[in-house]
Write a protein that binds this ligand. Structure first.
Ligand code: FO1
Length: 328
């Protein structure tokens, strides 16, 4: 089994963790959005890569979804003593990641190699790759002007109304080494329950990605990030309204309709299934709210089985590694 997942943000990281538990970490490749990346204090920060890496390493802060569980904030307190009022908080343990990543990048290593090395040192077994080694930056056009992603998302708490979303650099950027090949040779491709417009679209904007998905032999499944018209976390529903779209799972399915074969709909939205089927997309209804690590693995196992049902020839299903390590 060779599963490739597209992910960004907290929801994507949790589902990627579920996939690793459901099919085995060695069967999983996670392609991660880097449009949220930015420079702070001279450090290169890759929030979505870190959220995926920490979640797969089992050290992510369970309350925020980002940063490291139990982290301390002494560096932050000292910055405040210097009169710096950082709106973007870096924990002391989290800082080690930014220091090492920035040093490796400064030594000329590409982001994909840096990510592989950091994951290796944290014992993260799935292959995690940035969507590109080149600079791509999500910039949000809002009622208060153009905002770099983290200023929109963190400094302004995603409150300014959005008119458009730009991915600066994506025309020139190359997909990360091996990424297109991974998608071409995948047995299953999953679009994780991430924000379609802020986390998945940057990946889809890269040269060749849409073409590979349109011609993929693997079944492509998208998991809804919207339940009963609301995002599980973050601005997706608010963004949809501001972009003139209905904040519903149907709209998300429509957003991916060119290339997805299956859509995982939350059971609270079961009434929407026929509208999605009418687009020629298979529908699987499940409880998609991942409240525990077991929920992640169960959902991922159901999604992989759903993909197998959509595949012309049958392949192996999944074994469910429960959070306590037992399997059945
Ligand atoms: N999000 C916040 O809302 N406030 C923060 O201070 C913050 C710090 C932070 C540090 C490292 C990191 O990897 C992520 C961090 N995030 C913070 C989350 C980040 O903005 C989002 O995870 C993504 O960029 C959107 O998915």
């Amino acid at each position: 089994m060779n599963c490739v997942a597209l992910a960004g943000g907290v929801g994507g990281a949790k589902f990627a963790d579920g996939l690793a538990r459901a099919i085995g970490a060695e069967s999983l490749t996670v392609i991660v959005n880097t449009g949220d990346d930015f420079e702070l204090y001279g450090l290169h920060i890759s929030p979505d890569l870190d959220t995926v890496m920490y979640t797969l390493a089992g050290i992510a802060n369970p309350d925020t979804g980002w940063g490291i569980a139990g982290d301390t904030w002494r560096n932050f307190e000292m910055l405040e003593r210097y009169g710096v009022a950082p709106w973007f908080r870096l924990g002391d343990c989290d800082l080690a990641t930014h220091l090492l990543r920035s040093e490796m990048l400064a030594d000329g290593q590409p982001l994909s190699a840096v990510t592989r090395e950091l994951c290796r040192r944290l014992g993260v077994a799935p292959r995690v790759t940035p969507m590109s080694d080149d600079r791509v930056r999500t910039v949000v056009e809002t009622e208060v002007g153009l905002l770099p992603f983290q200023e929109y998302f963190v400094k302004h708490h995603w409150q300014p109304a959005v008119q458009a979303i730009l991915f600066e650099g994506s025309e020139e950027a190359e997909p990360a080494p091996g990424m297109l090949r991974a998608l071409e040779t995948a047995d299953t491709i999953v679009i994780c329950p991430s924000n379609p417009y802020l986390s998945i679209d940057p990946i889809l904007s890269l040269r060749g990605v849409r073409d590979v998905l349109l011609n993929a032999t693997a079944p492509i499944i998208a998991v809804t990030p919207i339940i009963a018209g609301e995002a599980v976390k973050g601005p997706a529903a608010k963004l949809m309204r501001e972009l003139g779209k209905e904040p519903s799972a149907v709209e998300v399915a429509r957003h991916y309709a060119d290339f997805v074969n299956g859509f995982v709909l939350d059971e609270r939205d079961v009434a929407l299934a026929d509208q999605i089927k009418a687009m020629g997309i298979g529908v699987f209804v499940a409880d998609t709210l991942m409240k525990s690590v077991d929920d992640r693995a169960h959902l991922a196992c159901d999604v992989v089985s759903f993909a197998d049902r959509l595949r012309p020839e049958k392949l192996g299903g999944c074994r469910l590694n429960r959070a306590d390590g037992s399997s059945r």
